[in-house]
Design a protein around this ligand. Structure first.
Ligand code: BV8
Length: 225
């Protein structure tokens, strides 16, 4: 049966009250990427970076999935083929909506990683430079997210899903961050149909055969039903 691969970005969580990155007043307008989303920024000022991610972790913990997340979870239940969700989001809202096996290509706020021994554990809501690794006790804990210049997660698994996709759908992403922004091209190369669902055209709209523009919670449920 047909395999649907879905890439989501910050736009799918906008109606859950979580800020996007590049919209007006978005996360990147409040902080420079170099200061809060790079290993160099973390080395320079771990306290600032922990404050940035702890605030987002708090917001994500309080946020509820919206109709677009719910429709995706329903699609997974109802579709007789495979539905693979690859998310650039770190907010955990797909899991709150009931989606399982979501591939977090840029990590998750719910995870902590030890920069010294690579141990991973569930992140406390508020992390600080004093947060200690439960395995090696060093205070080298960091958010388990993929910063710019770092290798994205699950790339081999993602490559095989893109190869097998019959339909590739992007929801709520500006198509500005690589390699995720190039996933549509990879899927299309292997013959997938491509559909972009977004508030407005993205940087990679030209790579999609079809487009539906509007709010994710308006257009996606209709598309699923
Ligand atoms: C890597 C961390 C090597 C956690 C993030 C020059 C050219 C090409 C590439 C590069 C280059 N220079 C450097 C690079 C590589 C770099 C990169 O892409 N830079 C960009 C800025 C040019 N990439 C990397 O460094 C990556 N690593 O390349 O390693 C490698 C590669 C392959 C294999 C092995 C090794 C690592 C990138 C990961 C960075 N980490 N997040 C966190 O803080 O969250 S990226 C960050 O941006 C988030 O993950 C976010 O998800 C992602 C993308 O943003 P979007 O999700 O698209 O959000 P955005 O705000 O941009 O857009 C929202 C969209 O929603 C808008 O279009 C809006 O219209 C729409 N919208 C709004 N409301 C709604 C809506 N749509 C529907 N409904 C609504 N209601």
């Amino acid at each position: 049966m047909k395999k649907i691969v879905i890439l989501t970005g910050a736009g799918i969580s906008a109606e859950s009250g979580l800020g996007t990155f590049r919209d007006k007043g978005g996360l990147w307008s409040q902080h420079r990427i170099e200061d809060v989303a790079t290993p160099e920024g973390f080395a320079r000022d771990p306290e600032l970076v922990h404050r940035f991610y702890s605030a987002r972790r708090q917001h994500a913990a309080e946020a509820l999935p919206n109709a677009a997340h719910d429709a995706l979870a329903r699609l997974e239940e109802r579709w007789t083929g495979d539905v693979i969700i690859i998310t650039q989001n770190v907010d955990g809202l797909h899991e709150k909506a009931g989606s399982r096996g979501v591939l977090h290509v840029h990590g998750a706020l719910s995870g902590a990683l030890c920069a010294a021994c690579a141990h991973r554990w569930p992140a406390p809501l508020q992390m600080t430079p004093e947060t200690r690794c439960p395995a090696c006790d060093a205070n080298t804990a960091r958010p388990d997210v993929v910063w710019f210049g770092e290798v994205p997660y699950h790339m081999e698994q993602i490559a095989s899903h893109l190869e097998e996709a019959d339909l590739f759908v992007a929801i709520g992403t500006s198509g500005q961050v690589y390699p995720a922004a190039a996933f549509v091209q990879e899927a299309a190369t292997y013959g997938a149909q491509t559909l972009e669902l977004n508030l407005e055209p993205s940087e990679v709209s030209a790579d999609f055969a079809q487009h539906r523009f509007g709010k994710a919670s308006d257009i996606f449920p209709i598309w699923v039903e």
